[in-house]
Each structure stands twice: as structure tokens, then as C-alpha cells.
Design a protein around this ligand. Structure first.
Ligand SMILES: *[C@@H]1O[C@H](CO)[C@@H](O)[C@H](O)[C@H]1NC(C)=O
Ligand SMILES: *[C@@H]1O[C@H](CO)[C@@H](O)[C@H](O)[C@H]1NC(C)=O
Ligand SMILES: *[C@@H]1O[C@H](CO)[C@@H](O)[C@H](O)[C@H]1NC(C)=O
Ligand SMILES: *[C@@H]1O[C@H](CO)[C@@H](O)[C@H](O)[C@H]1NC(C)=O
Ligand SMILES: *[C@@H]1O[C@H](CO)[C@@H](O)[C@H](O)[C@H]1NC(C)=O
Length: 549
């Protein structure tokens, strides 16, 4: 007869074996160490300043008044909380908890937004308000720390940022606000135009806050930008759902015709889909759908000779010539298209859902192709790290005379081994950006294809090897690069806050197993918010306040 004790021990051993197998604890553990190392170096040499150089240890604050906004600190809270939740290493868990308590104490007792300083409302919303709100969510959900510390600070900050909306005659906010006086300030350049992606990337944060507090004003302020924007510019008919990157806040009219998915355009598209995922307002899926159809019609192209799919730009409007330049920033699109197709279900589940159709199948295929292209932007580079901007090559017969002339400059450009893309000398920097590993993380969990973990691991290794700051041969920290076109790489003395907030978080989540993408929506700075509760929305009358009729 079999001994039941032996059987249960056997089962336990097997369970542990499978747990370790699937979770890939080695890589997970390595990322935890990198995260804690970067954070400890900042704590020792840069605390509590907003801008930090890991090489010189120089530091300063963002506002001229000199007080810290918590730029790096607040951005990192939820990454520490996720490490605390997922780690299976006792020492690391203890250390994550200590760091969380240290940060929370600073937020509660030192951080004060009552400062006479002009801040950009987009950057401050996605990083600080977003970081505080996900700190609140995770603190509550994981039962770590004091949720109200984050919520109180979030409400205080949101009330100050809200004033940027008030002075504008169209409801489209000016680009900056003074946190103390509430004075709204137009962009000092670009004819006072606000970046289109900036005032359309505040909605997740303000809508989530409205659902927590029951204060509908946050919801209405954030939402009011869309009606004038869509109607005055006739976006669906004249622009096929796409938008130029500047808008004049006093008239809601576009300024210029430059259309792109890179800087100043990117998260306009991201937040259309993510509002739908967060709130289930169908209106926003429809606007997203129109934009993606417009993108496929006008901007999706293939490189020569290998046929890498990329998203081109239209600097002079839709009817004019495309430019084959693509920012690394565009690399979030793989993950976005995949989430739009599957709504967070695995691809296998999604294909069996009532909502599946040809458009979604096509979005999914495009997501795979774009993620592959973005991986090539790392894989083909000497340091295995992507530059800030690439220019794709395409067949000679498709070029205009003008482009043929600019292509002559190629002699001075770095050329990829397959000849599919180039890098201009001034674009060879790497800012530790997250967008490619972000897409890889989404693609992995939605497809369950281990290729994506291999790509992620390769990129992680390259960050470790080529961005490390060493002292006496010992790695102390990680930094941005001035030059990733040569090995050894040229270092830049700055650690971006999104290295901790986004890049390491997405890499970490790539190697976890229990990541349910139907439960949370990541804001554009990788801060997770829970999908809103339908009863809360009804209770507080949080509904789409406009239509295209
Ligand atoms: C963990 O991931 C690495 C790289 O992706 C891989 O080489 C290794 O086999 C994985 N280990 C397990 C146990 O899955
Ligand atoms: C709701 O939010 C608005 C905008 O910040 C603020 O002015 C107002 O005082 C808030 N209402 C309540 C009841 O807290
Ligand atoms: C994911 O793939 C692994 C094999 O690599 C398999 O064991 C597992 O069941 C798959 N999970 C899902 C949800 O399909
Ligand atoms: C915390 O970790 C557990 C176990 O790995 C996971 O199932 C859960 O989704 C995680 N929670 C959050 C909020 O990340
Ligand atoms: C609910 O919100 C909508 C849209 O903002 C508004 O038109 C309506 O009057 C509100 N209803 C109540 C009962 O406040």
C-alpha cells in the first residue's frame, strides 16, 4: 500500500517544480536585483531630487522654485509594490517592503504640491497623478501600506491640475499650470498650440479618480476636450480618424497637418482604446476603430528588402508624401493593437468570443509584425539596444525625387545589417525607453508564445551589459546612452524615471505567470488602474457626456 504521506510530499515537490518551471524565477530574480540596485543608488546619491545623473551623482528638481515634485519617487512606488507582491525571495520581499514604507513616509510627510511652479499638465498627470493613483490601488489591493496617503495626495494634485482646463474657452487645457496660483499657461512655442496627445492623455487618470471619489467634475473636465476636437475639425471625414499633432486651445482647431504615431501624437490613439478598456464606453472603441482603419489606409508600410512592417508619418497632411521615419515611441503600437483585438483575453480565447471579426484578426497580425520590427530595432544594433529614431529603407521606384536626394545623405547614416533601416548620427541615443518591452509583455501574455520571453531576455541582457555604470569594476546603477551605434556605448549621465516606472516593470511582468490583462489598464506611464466598477459608474452618473450626432 502506498503511504499517503509520501504521496502528498511527492505532489508538493511536483507542484513546486512546476511553479519554478513556468514562472522562470531566475530572470525574475535578476530583474528584482536590477530594480533594487537602481533604486538604492538613487536613494543614496540622488534622493529626493527629480532629475538624477548616476555617473556624476548630480541632481536637481524640475520646478525652478526648487522643491521636488517626486518625479522619480512617485513614478516608482507601484513597481516596488509589484515586486513585493510577486517575489518568491524572502530577502527581496523584506527589502521591497522597507522601500515602500520609506517612500510612503516621504509622500505623506515631505511631498507638498503647494508650490509656486509651472508644470506641464500631461507629464505631471501621467507620472505623478498616475503614480499616486496606482499606489492607492495596489496599496489597497495588496494590503501593503496606507492607501489614503496616496489618495489624499492624488486629490490635492488633481484639484491643482484641474485649473488648467478652466480658463480655456473650448475646454481644451493650456499646456501648463502653476500649482500654487492655478494660472493656466499656454505653450511658450508653437504659436501657443497644445500637443494633441497631451490633452487627450489625461482621461484615464481623471476618470479613475472620479470613480474613487464620486466627484463627477474630474470626469467631465477630462472628457470635454473631445467634442470640440472631433466636431470642429471633422476628424472622421477629413482625417480618416487620425489627428495632426498640434491643436490651438482657444479654437480647438488643429495647427499644421503633421500626422504621426510618434511624439505628440502617440497616446491620443492609446487613450481612445484604453478608455474603452477602463470604462467600457463603446464610443471610444468606435473612435479607436476609425483611427486604426485610417492608420492602415495611410501609414502602414513595409521596408525594403526584408519587408519589416512600420508606421510611417505624414508631415504635410494625408494627401502628401509619407516619411519613412519612425520614433522608438511608436513601438507601443504592437501591444495596443493586440489589446484592442483581444480585450485582454488570450488570442485563443478571443478568437472564440462573440466580438471576434476580420478587423480584429487583422489587428492581431499587424501587432505581431510591428512587435517583430521593434525587436529588430534592438537585435540589429551593435549594442542590441534601439536608437531613438530610425528611417526605414524602401524600394527605389517608390521614392520621389526629393527623397532620392535626401537618401544621398545615407553615406553618413548607420545602416542596419539587413539594409532595412538607417539611423541618422544625431538619433543614435537610447533613453532606456519602455515601448518595445511593453509590446513584448502584452504579446507574451496574450499569445503564450515563449519567443517573446526570449526577445525580452535578450533586451534585458543588453541593458545590463551596455547601460551599467561601474565603480571599481562593480555595477552601481544604469543610465541612458548618448550613442548605441558603437560598442562600448557612449553613456549619458541621466536615469529616466520611466526606467523604473515602465521599462523594468514591463520586463518584470513579462516573466510573471499570473498577469490577467482583463483586470487592469496601464496608463501611458505603465501605472495600472483596475477596470471601473459598473455600479460605481451608475451611482455617480459617470457616462459619456457627448456624441457625434
Ligand atoms: C527561463 O528563461 C530563459 C530565457 O528565456 C530560458 O533560457 C530558460 O530555459 C527558462 N527557464 C525555465 C525553467 O523556463
Ligand atoms: C470636485 O472636483 C473639483 C475639481 O477639482 C473641485 O473643484 C471640487 O471642489 C470637487 N468637489 C468636491 C465635493 O470635492
Ligand atoms: C502556455 O504554453 C505552455 C507550454 O509552453 C502550456 O503548458 C500552457 O498550458 C499554455 N497556457 C495557456 C493558457 O494556453
Ligand atoms: C499578485 O500576485 C499574485 C500571485 O502571483 C497574482 O495572482 C496577482 O494577480 C498579483 N496581484 C497584482 C495586483 O499584481
Ligand atoms: C448624468 O450625466 C449626463 C452627462 O453628463 C447628464 O446629461 C445628465 O443630466 C446627468 N444626470 C443626472 C441625473 O445628473
Amino acid at each position: 500500500m502506498l503511504n499517503p504521506v509520501i504521496i502528498s510530499v511527492g505532489i508538493a515537490v511536483l507542484a513546486v517544480f512546476y511553479y519554478f518551471q513556468s514562472k522562470n524565477t531566475t530572470v525574475s530574480f535578476k530583474i528584482e536585483k536590477i530594480l533594487l540596485q537602481s533604486f538604492n543608488d538613487y536613494k543614496k546619491n540622488g534622493w529626493p531630487y527629480d532629475v538624477y545623473g548616476p555617473i556624476s551623482h548630480n541632481h536637481r528638481n524640475m520646478p525652478r522654485s526648487g522643491e521636488p515634485l517626486g518625479w522619480i519617487i512617485v513614478d516608482t512606488i507601484d513597481t516596488l509594490m509589484l515586486g513585493y507582491n510577486y517575489t518568491i525571495d524572502k530577502e527581496n520581499k523584506k527589502e521591497f517592503l522597507e522601500q515602500i514604507e520609506f517612500v510612503e513616509n516621504w509622500v505623506e510627510n515631505e511631498l507638498d504640491y503647494d508650490m509656486d511652479a509651472e508644470v506641464n499638465i500631461f507629464e505631471t498627470t501621467i507620472r505623478m497623478l498616475g503614480g499616486l493613483l496606482s499606489g492607492y490601488y495596489l496599496s489597497k489591493d495588496l494590503n501593503v501600506g496606507k492607501p489614503e496617503v496616496y489618495l489624499n495626495k492624488a486629490i490635492d494634485l488633481a484639484n491643482r491640475l484641474s485649473l488648467a482646463f478652466v480658463n480655456s474657452p473650448t475646454g481644451i487645457p493650456y499646456s501648463s499650470v502653476n500649482l500654487k496660483t492655478g494660472e493656466a499657461i499656454k505653450n511658450h512655442v508653437d504659436n501657443g498650440a497644445s500637443s494633441t496627445a497631451e490633452f487627450t492623455t489625461l482621461q484615464l487618470e481623471f476618470k479613475y479618480l472620479a470613480s474613487i471619489t464620486g466627484n463627477k467634475t474630474y470626469w467631465d473636465l477630462a472628457e470635454q476636450v473631445y467634442e470640440p476636437l472631433y466636431k470642429i475639425n471633422d476628424i472622421l471625414d477629413k482625417y480618416d480618424g487620425l489627428v495632426p499633432i498640434y491643436t490651438l486651445p482657444d479654437t480647438a482647431k488643429f495647427w499644421g497637418e503633421n500626422i504621426r504615431f510618434g511624439s505628440r501624437g502617440d497616446s491620443f490613439y492609446e487613450y481612445l482604446l484604453k478608455q474603452y478598456l477602463l470604462t467600457h464606453e463603446v464610443m471610444y472603441y468606435n473612435l479607436y476603430r476609425a483611427a486604426i482603419d485610417g492608420m492602415k489606409k495611410h501609414l502602414v508600410k513595409e521596408s525594403f528588402p526584408s519587408g519589416l512592417t512600420y508606421i510611417a508619418e505624414k508631415p504635410n497632411g494625408l494627401e502628401f508624401q509619407a516619411s519613412s521615419k519612425m520614433d522608438h515611441l511608436v513601438c507601443f503600437m504592437g501591444g495596443l493593437l493586440a489589446m484592442g483585438a483581444t480585450e485582454g483575453y488570450t488570442i485563443k480565447e478571443a478568437r472564440a468570443m462573440y466580438f471576434w471579426n476580420e478587423d480584429r484578426e487583422d489587428d492581431w497580425l499587424l501587432a505581431m509584425k510591428l512587435t517583430h520590427t521593434c525587436y529588430q530595432m534592438y537585435h540589429q544594433l551593435p549594442a542590441g539596444l534601439s536608437p531613438e529614431i530610425v528611417v526605414f529603407n524602401y524600394a527605389k521606384e517608390q521614392r520621389t525625387e526629393f527623397e532620392e536626394i535626401t537618401m544621398i545623405d545615407r553615406q553618413n547614416w548607420w545602416t542596419s545589417p539587413t539594409d532595412d533601416f538607417f539611423v541618422k548620427p544625431l538619433d543614435g541615443h537610447n533613453l532606456q525607453r519602455p515601448e518595445t518591452v511593453e509590446s513584448i509583455m502584452f504579446m507574451y501574455h496574450l499569445s503564450n508564445d515563449t519567443t517573446y520571453r526570449e526577445w525580452g531576455q535578450e533586451i534585458l541582457n543588453n541593458f545590463v551589459e551596455h547601460t551599467a555604470v561601474k565603480e571599481n569594476g562593480r555595477v552601481e546603477a544604469y543610465t541612458s546612452l548618448n550613442d548605441c551605434l558603437h560598442v562600448p556605448t557612449g553613456k549619458r549621465d541621466n536615469m529616466e524615471s520611466f526606467w523604473l516606472a515602465e521599462t523594468l516593470k514591463y520586463l518584470y511582468l513579462l516573466f510573471q505567470d499570473n498577469v490577467d490583462l482583463r483586470e487592469v489598464v496601464f496608463n501611458t506611464e505603465a501605472h495600472p488602474f483596475p477596470v471601473l466598477d459598473k455600479t460605481d459608474m451608475e451611482k455617480f452618473n459617470l457616462t459619456t457626456g457627448w456624441s457625434l450626432e
